[in-house]
Structures are given as C-alpha cells and as structure tokens.
Ligand binder design. Sequence first.
Ligand code: FES
Length: 136
Amino acid sequence: MKRRDFLTNSSTLLGVGLIAQALDSCSTTSVTPKPNANFTIDLTNSANGALNTVGGVLSTQGIYIVRTGQSTYIALAPYCTHEGCGVSYNSSVKQFICPCHNGKFDLNGNVVSGPPPSPLSQYKVTLSGTTLTVTG
Ligand code: FES
C-alpha cells in the first residue's frame, strides 16, 4: 500500500468513527426544551372546559395544562426530554406520547416507558379564584 493510499484510508476510517461517535452521543443526550410561559386561564370560560374534571387535559398557548385534583393543576412543556420531539396527548390511555422513539409520559409528566431520561418540564401554576396563572 502506498503512503498516500494509507493516509486516505485512515482518514476515511477516522471520519466514520467520528460520525458513529457523534450519532451515539446524540442518542443519549437529554434535552429539556421549555418555551417561556406567562399567561392566565379563565376556568369559567367554556373553551377551557377540559379542565372541569379531574384528569382533564387542555392544550393552550403551546403548553399542556392538567387538572390533577379538585383544586390542583400542573402545566407541562410539550417537548420530549429525550431529543426534543413534540409530544401528543392520547386521551384513551391518558398519556403523552412522543412519536420519535415512542417515549410515554403519564398525566404528571413522569416517564412511563421509552428512552426519555426525565419527566416533562413543568411550569409554575397558581390558582386564584377561577383563574389559573402559568409562568416559567
Ligand atoms: S425524542 Fe426520543 S422518545 Fe421522544
């Protein structure tokens, strides 16, 4: 093998190795994308009726709001903590599901299954009368 051929082949192998390493590190990287939020929700407005019952989920302002109890609510970022894909709420199984690698989260945003390394990001939610304030 000539020196030039050796260097060319070595460079190719090094490049393949670096690409493989980059792809591998991508699959284990955790992300927690969380859009900024600062808005209120009028619970008497029929448009927000999904929150009239415990376990109800409302998608508004790009964020999921979940009624977790008689007077408790949480707000969840809609992005998977694995690689940042948008999650969708599936009401039949009451889970948030990531289409990218089938990560699943419960109504509290906790990981049920799949590769996500951490729960969905949460926002601060305060209830005053019939108004929810979501910030974070
Ligand atoms: S991005 Fe991989 S499970 Fe959501």
